[in-house]
Design a binder for this molecule. Structure first.
Ligand code: SAH
Ligand code: SF4
Ligand code: F3S
Length: 480
């Protein structure tokens, strides 16, 4: 079993967490760990939080194999890019990065270059043909094989393992926490996805859905709490379909049950989760959220579109009415304050102007706190690529997306304004990026709150009376 014995210097203001599937604003490069290992690993992660989480597992496996991590490409013996395929642009970015690394490799011929993650899985050995610089191609379920594959590469071969698994959850591997603020951490509870949304490449790159042993999840949350962490986010492409049973079948745990078990680790440990699927989120989950104060009042519930015909073409398996019913259940059980966010896709195949207007009207109805918004990007091999014409011109997709973004900015501001004049319980994550004299944290609804530092510190829970806001940030003062 991997036992990272590393002392990591925790970074203040680590990048804001991205939900599964969301591109973060920045690529993430691992922090340096200098423990005198023989070789140095430099790893960059693209795409969603699942990928960042996997990079921590990879670092753990390779630590045991004699690799420290470095933030300096120039110091590296092994460069790994943990890649994303969700939209074409994500893949273009990685290709561009490989070109830069290639020019670097010319100066250091011994440097090994590997591609991990979803793009590795999608392109398989074709990657080796297309990108001569790449020595190693490893899919998301094959990371335990990395030591063997690296040995093959050391022996002058190029190596590929893109086998998907029905069982692998890396449950026994303790991730090396990279780029951590020491307060908030991500815990992967499942892998893969069994939904077949017609636009989405994830079922092809991540394989079948499987849930991780509930005991190992609770143990990881407990260990994080013991180390001083105050918040865990449970990660999965569709957390509501989490389902685990013990080998003898006597113990069965669904997502509501898991949420409860993790909530019971400590009332001082906050729990978040992502992503919820509108077809699967149950009232039982909502009641569990209501029952435990430490389960945050915030749900990421991607709608993708506000029109039932488009939702059907997307194979989302719910319609507008179903989605609105779920939102009504959230408001009924958790109240108006519960934060709700979404993902929206503009310009999906054959979407009309009227259907686009229905996305805007759904947004008006729900008033999301936040949204990740994209225009449709056709992905090879998906149901939509095979069956539907990508027929909305790029300029129309972009104009519809701009309208969605503008609408969301208005709603984000309205939702922030509703928090003004109220007291928010804030978990401090670090010093504000703009001022050493201010601290930054998040409230229950996942909004960033900034307030004067006084005697408070990272990891404290502070009650803050908010007196001002922007669409994304609340400003206030600590109150007793
Ligand atoms: N499992 C999550 C999200 C996974 S992907 C869910 O079901 O909601 C994250 C987001 O990327 C999706 O919600 C969708 O909005 C967007 N996305 C996925 N495929 C896309 C594509 N081909 N073009 C544009 N956006 C896409
Ligand atoms: Fe993709 Fe749909 Fe699975 Fe989300 S639920 S990962 S959008 S197939
Ligand atoms: Fe995540 Fe991108 Fe793969 S969003 S699951 S890294 S395709």
């Amino acid at each position: 079993m991997s036992q990272p014995l590393l002392t990591l210097d925790f970074l203040d203001n680590a990048p804001a967490p991205a939900a599964p599937g969301q591109l973060s604003a920045d690529v993430r490069v691992t922090e340096a760990t200098h423990t005198g290992r023989q070789r140095r690993l430099y790893i960059e992660s693209y795409g969603c939080q699942m990928n960042y989480s996997d990079s921590e597992i990879v670092s753990s496996i390779l630590y045991d194999e004699g690799f420290d991590t470095t933030t300096e490409l120039a110091e590296a013996d092994l460069v790994l890019l943990n890649t994303c395929s969700i939209r074409e642009k994500a893949e273009v970015t990685v290709r561009q990065r490989l070109k830069e690394i290639n020019s670097h490799k010319r100066k250091r011929p011994g440097l090994l270059v590997g591609v991990l993650g979803c793009m590795a899985e999608r392109l398989k050995s074709k990657f080796l043909e297309e990108e001569k610089i790449v020595d190693l191609v490893v899919g998301p379920d094959a990371y335990r094989d990395l030591p063997n594959l690296i040995r093959d590469v050391d022996n002058g071969q190029r190596a590929v393992n893109v086998l998907l698994s029905r069982e692998e959850t890396y449950a026994d591997i303790t991730p090396v926490r990279l780029n951590s603020n020491g307060i908030t951490a991500f815990v992967s509870i499942m892998r893969g996805c069994d939904n077949m949304c017609s636009f989405c490449v994830v079922p092809f790159t991540r394989g079948r859905e499987r849930s991780r042993d509930a005991h190992s999840i609770v143990a990881e949350a407990q260990a994080l709490f013991n180390q001083g962490f105050k918040e865990v986010t449970l990660l999965g492409q569709n957390v509501d379909s989490y389902k685990w049973q013990s080998e003898d079948g006597t113990e069965q745990v669904n997502f509501a049950g898991l949420l409860e078990r993790v909530a019971l680790v400590s009332p001082e440990l906050r729990i978040r989760f992502s992503t919820s699927h509108p077809k699967d989120i149950t009232d039982e989950v909502l009641h569990t959220m209501a029952k435990y104060d430490n389960v945050c009042n915030y749900i990421h519930l991607p709608a993708q579109s506000g029109n039932s015909r488009v939702l059907k073409l997307m194979n989302r398996t719910y319609d507008r009415e179903w989605y609105l019913d779920r939102v009504a259940a959230i408001r009924r059980i958790l109240g108006e304050d519960c934060g709700i966010s979404t993902d929206m896709i503009a310009g999906f195949c054959s979407e009309t102007e009227e259907e686009h207007q229905e996305t805007l009207s759904l947004m008006d109805h729900v008033k999301y706190d936040m949204a990740y918004m994209f225009f449709y990007s056709e992905r090879p091999g998906t149901l939509a690529a095979r069956k539907l014409a990508d027929d909305i011109p790029l300029d129309v997709k972009k104009r519809r997306l701009a309208e969605i973004i503008e609408r969301q900015q208005q709603h984000s501001l309205v939702r922030s304004q509703q928090g003004v004049g109220k007291v928010h319980r804030v978990l401090v994550e670090g010093v504000s990026k703009r001022s050493e004299e201010h601290l930054s944290g998040r409230n229950d609804q996942n909004k960033v709150v900034i307030f004067p530092r006084q005697h408070f510190k990272k990891g404290d829970y502070v009650n803050v009376l908010v007196h001002e806001c922007t669409s994304t940030t609340l400003l206030g003062n600590a109150v007793s």
